[in-house]
Design a protein around this ligand. Structure first.
Ligand code: BV8
Length: 237
């Protein structure tokens, strides 16, 4: 990373929240090890047993509410506050640690744990409380149409128009803490690269998209990202 960049895009995954104590998905004690993805993160699973899915996210909400950002999240705020050009965050995470750390321009493409959506009227509500399948929508009054505003497998991602523009205009793409197995997010590096961006990956281990990155930094996000931000800011000063 030898130059000054005009549009930096950071893609984050569960690994950036690991040092805040939140489980990732595909590690040995990952979230998916205790529940079948088909039951809690697919449209079919939700239609089959909405109350089971609500319970899964109701149990997750208090932990994510209490979780605190770690140095990786704060490093992004430092970059956004001191770097004279655009720095955007595309996150696959449903936690709100980017916002808690003061990050701006954050796009939750897989949704957010503190939001529910009524799939009768489309209204999105903020809530950290429990939601149940027979709850009534405060907007349209329909009962039984509330779902976590989480993008299940088989659902389209959120903010994709904006994300597409960001990827096609970025000149530095940094991926942090994602295994690169879930699409279309796992394909973002390719769009950025084909648009001329330099690409860098921070992760604990080699990922599926390894060959698409110009640079690999293996290590913890809480250490590696602050170090990378220091290098980027050093170029400015
Ligand atoms: C869609 C919601 C169009 C719940 C999630 C066949 C082939 C290819 C693709 C597909 C296919 N069949 C279907 C598809 C598409 C499918 C998909 O990609 N499936 C894969 C699994 C095969 N994708 C979709 O369905 C998407 N929608 O395509 O729409 C469409 C429309 C209609 C019909 C069809 C298609 C929807 C994808 C979103 C699904 N929802 N979650 C929830 O979040 O609770 S996905 C889930 O995975 C999370 O959102 C998570 O963010 C995401 C990615 O996981 P990671 O964040 O990468 O986490 P992971 O544990 O895997 O990795 C963590 C990494 O961090 C590790 O590498 C680890 O080493 C590292 N790490 C750990 N600690 C640290 C660290 N790194 C640094 N520092 C540390 N301290």
């Amino acid at each position: 990373m030898t130059r000054i960049y005009k549009n930096i895009v950071i893609l984050s995954g569960a690994g950036i929240s690991a040092e805040s104590g939140l489980a990732t998905f595909r590690s040995e004690n990952g979230l998916w090890n205790h529940h079948r993805v088909e039951d809690v993160a697919t449209v079919e699973g939700f239609m089959r047993n909405p109350e089971y899915v609500h319970e899964f996210y109701n149990e997750m909400r208090p932990e994510l509410f209490e979780a605190q950002p770690n140095p990786a999240h704060f490093a992004i705020t430092e970059l956004q506050q001191n770097y004279p050009y655009e720095v955007s965050v595309i996150t696959q995470n449903v936690d709100t640690l980017h916002e808690k750390a003061g990050n701006k321009n954050v796009y939750h493409i897989h949704g957010q744990i503190n939001q529910i959506v009524c799939f009768h009227c489309g209204k999105v509500f903020e809530t950290w409380g429990d939601v149940h399948s027979d709850d009534k929508c405060e907007n349209c009054g329909a009962r039984g149409f509330l779902k976590p505003n989480i993008v299940f497998f088989g659902e389209n991602l959120l903010y994709m128009d904006k994300v597409d523009r960001l990827l096609k205009n970025c000149d530095l793409f940094i991926s942090v803490g994602t295994s690169g197995v879930v699409y279309p997010a796992a394909g973002f590096v390719q769009i950025a690269k084909f648009s001329g961006a330099e690409t860098c990956e921070i992760n604990m281990e080699k990922t599926s998209n390894n060959s698409l990155f110009d640079r690999h930094i293996y290590g913890k996000a809480g250490t590696a990202l602050p170090e990378l931000v220091k290098q980027l800011l050093g170029k400015i000063s």
